[in-house]
Design a protein around this ligand. Structure first.
Ligand code: IMP
Length: 428
């Protein structure tokens, strides 16, 4: 391997969970470096479906070290819910196979509450967050009022810092949102309980990952969400609150990104998005509904129906370029089998700009009103979910893949044609 980064090259939900699980076989360490329980990485093993939110997908393989880096926003309640579910289904989760950074920020109940209140406050301008407290937690990190895992496991420090924070949050909740405040003593007691359970997993994960690299171990960096949801480079303000790709590895794993050798973007053969915000190639008509139905496009964390549309090469090239991708894995190709003709967005029409725009617009407000220009490809109209060799794909499917490959400038290294672990077609 030895160092590989997997990132979402669209708006999240590209099928990263399955691919990470597959490639985790060859890894010694699997490292999450950003996001939090807003992620929902779905992995199907032997017909059984697992949805991982905070724990890296390597947990489903025996003998891997799974790392939750300092850049992840950890909700300890969600974490122990997830650990409990995995253990109940026979998956081993102990401090040898799960390492949690002392520097990771903690999501508390007040973050989840403020997430919901802020969305209500935004009204029509709401982001459509997952409601998991992500934005408010990262906001406190930047404001330097957040608590980290290291603060949680030291009772005296926890009391002083959490009390100070809650006094301020209560003032906001009561005076701005006109809601009841948190009971500080009750909150401290609840958090203290979960902190005791967290303590054995806590480590200096950055040092451990760097040491593993020096020992020649294979490391897989598991991105959550997608490039178009990146706080700096995505469709701001309709984004999540972290750096979702390569840039997040330096800050969120404490590992130098220039030591990552392979960088694979994951994209669906079409596009989806959950929540609000620009989505130029969205299809609000019957084809969009068909994609949702055939692709089972409902949020794995929130159950929300996903907005669906066609592959957007302008946004995809931007995402791959931004992250220095060395290759792409194209997922859910089987879903397109129902269409006699497959549109692909190759350029935008941007108001006020003459001619077709094939580079992602630097002036982002323009995205609100762009119109997609499509090229249409012949479909293959036959089930491909059982195909495992590239040569066995119908010609029209191979032509579609090769046509996309030519336009994105990096090799398409693998195709995925179903949710099961083995439903993949390697290309090189
Ligand atoms: P937040 O991350 O909960 O604050 O949500 C911000 C935006 O990112 C919303 O549009 C969410 O729907 C979207 N989002 C967050 N996590 C994911 C994910 O894992 N997949 C897809 N969309 C996500």
């Amino acid at each position: 391997m030895p160092t590989l980064s997997i990132f979402g090259a669209q708006w999240g939900d590209e099928g990263k969970g399955k691919i990470i699980d597959l490639l985790a076989r060859e890894a010694d360490l699997v490292v999450r470096y950003q996001g939090g329980p807003n992620a929902g990485h779905t992995v199907v093993v032997g017909g059984e479906k697992f949805i991982l939110r905070l724990i890296p997908s390597g947990i489903l393989h025996v003998g891997k070290v799974n790392v939750i880096g300092n850049g992840v926003a950890i909700d300890p309640v969600a974490l122990f819910g997830e650990i409990g579910e995995l253990i109940a289904r026979g998956v081993n989760v102990d401090p040898r196979c799960l390492r949690i950074s002392a520097g990771a920020h903690v999501i508390f109940e007040h973050h989840r509450r403020i997430d919901a209140l802020a969305e209500r406050w935004r009204g029509a301008g709401r982001i459509g967050t997952t409601g998991r407290g992500i934005g408010p937690c990262y906001a406190d990190k930047a404001a330097r009022t957040g608590l980290r895992v290291a603060d949680l496991v030291e009772p005296a420090r926890l009391r002083t810092r959490l009390t100070a924070v809650l006094v301020e949050k209560n003032a906001l909740i009561e005076s701005v949102h006109k809601e009841a405040p948190f009971d500080i003593e009750r909150t401290l007691a609840q958090v203290g309980e979960v902190a005791v359970r967290l303590a054995p997993f806590v480590a200096d994960t950055g040092a451990e990952v760097r040491a593993a690299y020096k020992q020649g171990k294979s490391i897989l960096f598991e991105g959550a969400q997608g490039a178009m949801l990146d706080i700096d480079h995505g469709t701001y303000p309709y984004v999540t609150s972290s750096n979702t790709g390569m840039a997040g590895i330096g800050t969120g794993a404490g590992f130098p990104p220039n030591k990552v050798e392979r960088v694979l973007g994951i994209a669906k053969a079409y596009c989806t998005r959950v929540g609000e915000g620009p989505f130029p190639s969205e299809d609000k008509g019957k084809d969009g509904d068909t994609i949702r139905e055939v692709g089972r496009e409902f949020g794995s964390v929130t159950g929300r129906p996903r907005r669906c549309g066609w592959l957007d090469l302008v946004a995809l090239r931007y995402a791959l370029d931004l992250n220095g991708a060395t290759g792409l894995i194209l997922t859910n190709l089987d879903v397109l089998s129902v269409f006699p003709e497959i549109p692909v967005c190759v350029a935008y029409d941007v108001p006020g700009v003459r001619g077709a725009v094939s580079e992602y617009p630097a002036y982002l407000p323009a995205l609100d009103d762009v119109r997609p220009r499509y090229e249409r490809h012949a479909g293959w109209k036959t089930d491909i979910s059982h195909v495992r060799r590239y040569a066995d794909l119908p010609r029209a499917a191979r032509e579609y893949v090769e046509w996309v490959e030519e336009r994105i400038g990096v090799p398409i290294e693998m195709l995925s044609v179903g949710p099961e672990r083995d439903a993949v077609i390697p290309r090189r």
